[in-house]
Structures are given as structure tokens and as C-alpha cells.
Design a protein around this ligand. Structure first.
Ligand SMILES: [Zn+2]
Length: 65
């Protein structure tokens, strides 16, 4: 849906890193490298990013036009 504000497991704030992660991986950069650069060291936070799918546009009742 939307990336969580904080990591569920350790509480590290992560939502502000999502946009850069998405942009850089879309350009073909290695996901592991991008997460290292963003300071996501713990595997709880990394699993959050790797498993996340942006679904808000599919689910939202009010579409952007
Ligand atoms: Zn974490």
C-alpha cells in the first residue's frame, strides 16, 4: 500500500527513503547497493523495502486525473 513511516520491527523511520529507493532502482541500480547508500543496514528494514509494492493507486477510490 504505502510504505510504513517506521520499520515495524526496529522503529527506524524509513518512509522518507522510499522515493529515492524507487527512483534509483527504476534506473536499474542494484537494490542492495541503494539500501546500503540509504543507511538501511538491518535486515528488518531491508525486507520492508524489498517486499513493498505500491498499491495505493490501485486501491484508492479517488483516482488521480
Ligand atoms: Zn528495521
Amino acid at each position: 500500500m504505502i510504505i510504513p513511516i517506521r520499520c515495524f520491527t526496529c522503529g527506524k523511520p524509513v518512509s522518507h527513503l522510499w522515493k529515492e529507493f524507487k527512483e534509483r532502482t527504476a534506473k536499474g541500480e542494484n537494490k542492495g547497493k541503494v539500501m546500503d547508500d540509504l543507511g538501511l543496514e538491518r535486515y528488518c528494514c531491508r525486507s520492508l523495502f524489498l517486499g513493498h509494492v505500491d498499491l495505493i493507486d490501485e486501491v484508492s477510490r479517488f483516482k488521480k486525473e
